[in-house]
Write a protein that binds this ligand. Structure first.
Ligand SMILES: Nc1nc2c(ncn2[C@@H]2O[C@H](COP(=O)(O)OP(=O)(O)OP(=O)(O)O)[C@@H](O)[C@H]2O)c(=O)[nH]1
Ligand SMILES: [Mg+2]
Length: 219
């Protein structure tokens, strides 16, 4: 059979919805950030602290992605931020179609910033564009300083790397060379912003907040 090259890329189902989301967010002039990490690195803790500490400056809404339960949505709801929970029922990442439906349930016009907390997984979510304006990767110190080298895709694609749980470093319970992480992440992604933080104690969070406020202002 003869193949004919029509010179056009046929968009995948996910890309179609991602494109729709890009257009919607651009029309609404809203910033949308997709937070990705391994399970338990601290995404929800970072979000609840960020929402509470910025509540007089930025109105934040959240789309929560989990395989099961609405535990994380409940934690966000306790801050009084609007939240939509998506259960993927087994899938290891969120899809752009799920984000499109969730955006329709959020009071987007009242918000400055929409966070997506993706399913806890350092690999699959990096392959699915959701139409977001940027990805935020979280790495906690207990996971090891070799992760940018071993799981490069998400570090290569993210605007920001939050190195979380730095409070665990002071007692020497964890061996973690933050300089190695910075060098490896910047080798993959020259422009990546790196903020060492503790969502538990609040250390380092001010620089992350400054970055967020500036990013919202640019929209
Ligand atoms: N010591 C310390 N513990 C933290 C910090 N941030 C989060 N934790 C703890 O880490 C655990 C996991 O935090 P979560 O915020 O639920 O992590 P997550 O990334 O949202 O987890 P999933 O949604 O399941 O992927 C909880 O016990 C938090 O209290 C931190 O900065 N320091
Ligand atoms: Mg969570």
């Amino acid at each position: 059979m003869k193949k004919i090259n029509v010179g056009k890329k046929i968009l995948s189902e996910n890309e179609k919805y991602a494109f729709e989301n890009i257009l919607f967010l651009a029309e609404q002039k809203k910033l949308c950030l997709n937070m990705i990490s391994s399970p338990g690195s601290g995404k929800t803790t970072i979000l609840t602290r960020t929402i509470s500490e910025l509540k007089n400056k930025i109105k934040i809404g959240v789309i929560e992605g989990d395989i099961q339960t609405d535990i994380d949505a409940e934690r966000i709801r306790a801050t009084e931020a609007p939240v939509v929970q998506i259960n993927t029922n087994g899938a290891c990442h969120l899809s752009a179609a799920q984000i499109s439906a969730a955006l329709k349930k959020l009071p987007v016009e009242d918000l400055n910033l929409i966070f997506i907390e993706n399913v806890g997984n350092l690999v699959c979510p990096s392959a699915f564009e959701l139409g977001e304006n940027g990805k935020i990767v979280v790495l906690s110190v207990a996971e090891g300083d070799d992760k940018p080298a071993k799981y490069p895709a998400i570090f290569a694609k993210s605007k920001v790397l939050l190195v979380n749980k730095i409070d665990l470093l002071s007692g020497g319970q964890v061996d973690f060379d933050i300089e190695r992480v910075k060098v490896d992440a910047r080798r993959l992604n020259k422009g990546i912003e790196i903020f060492p933080i503790s969502a538990k104690t609040g250390e380092g969070m001010a620089d992350w907040y400054d970055w967020l406020i500036k990013s919202v202002e640019k929209k």
